[in-house]
Design a protein around this ligand. Sequence first.
Ligand SMILES: *Cc1c(COP(=O)(O)O)cnc(C)c1O
Length: 485
Amino acid sequence: MAKTDFPLIFERGKEGRTSYSLPEMDVPEINLEDEFDEAYIRQEAPGLPEVSELDLMRHYTALSNRNYGVDSGFYPLGSCTMKYNPKINEDVARLAGFSHIHPHQDPKTVQGAMEIMYDLQTSLSEITGMHDFSLQSAAGAQGEWSGLMMIRALHEKNGEFNRTNVIVPDSAHGTNPASVTVAGLDAVTVKTNENGLVDIEDLKRVVDEDTAALMLTNPNTLGLFETEIMEMAEIVHGAGGKLYYDGANLNAIMGFVRPGDMGFDVVHLNLHKTFTGPHGGGGPGSGPVGVTEEFAPFLPKPVLTKKDSEFVFDYDRPESIGRIKPYYGNFGIYLRAYTYIRTMGAEGLKKVSEYAVVNANYVMRRLEEEYALPYSQHCKHEFVISGKNQKQLGVRTLDIAKRLLDYGYHPPTIYFPLNVEEAMMTEPTETESKETLDGYIEAMLAISREAKGDPELVQEAPHETPVRRMDETTAARKPILRYQP
Ligand SMILES: *Cc1c(COP(=O)(O)O)cnc(C)c1O
């Protein structure tokens, strides 16, 4: 990341310079005082810089160059799946037949769009081994909430109002316990054992007649596959509970195993992660929810179905948890996910998982040379290393993350999951070349050597970015959001 010679447009204006040319006025000029209350009339000019069109263009181009995204470099942010978003997705999403339709149109006039949504539901059902899908929800977290509301609805229908406990591992993504709470249920923690997996004995201890569900990510947030999932499913189902699958990151298992076959009753997927929807400020997202047949009556309505040869929105769903998103959700993301699935095909999606796992293991094994590895078995699509060796030299994980910026890389997720000291959660994704991975590995190893030889260099990083180290508390509490001379 090179230092940017940033053109501060506010300081570069020259009186009389403009970026626009308007045709001559051909209507009578109005007298502001006659038309508006005096309180609404600006007394002083706003003080905008007067610049040429070219200067204005350079200002915005310089701002956009300060952005870092998947299209500019490696982005190994764990639990986020910052993979390449193929540009063919954008072509399809922009086709006039899709981008010009209006959500208030009669369904009879948008049968093609509905067919794509229907096919996407069917594909997702097949990929996950579920009976049916609803595309409505706009984010992973909203999918979690919808799924939990369906689980709650089923227990309540059975008169089991006591089933309010949702068991969540201590390594879970933060949205899991949050969604449980928002759904009016109670999160109960199950411990992780020394191998980074759910502690089965502890699970047996917390499961009881008040259990609504076990909420699980598999592979879990440490990037490790829960090998005893079938036994866990038996324990929870045996006690009358249900299994919720957080499938935000399906990158590791697509084409190999399916949540439905592991015993899960309700799942959500993040189309904006695994299925190449742009995300990370670039949204909008999409977090479809899949269910077994037992849960189908509770799906958000309207449910998109096929009657004879016509696609219809079925509102006649008395047990539905209701509508959770206006119109039909974020249709543009469906098109991108659908295009991705169709261009990859079944074999391609399987390759995705293969490469994602191989890439993660390659990076993990090479970083092991300098960084502590809390769980030593092979990982799936992501892994967690610890900066505790470096911390003993006075270099914290935050410093390492900041130093990575000088090397031109987005840092991994840091200080998460919470159960690993100085955690660095890294997800290389399948779309990166070996050369890119090697570049990142070399940077990480170099930073560790710097921590030994010249710790201040790391502690004071970043040195090469337009903005140096920020006071994070002040930045969050008193952000400076506009130009100040
Ligand atoms: C990203 C993620 C979520 C939340 O998804 P959002 O779309 O950000 O709400 C939930 N669980 C896991 C494991 C995730 O990685």
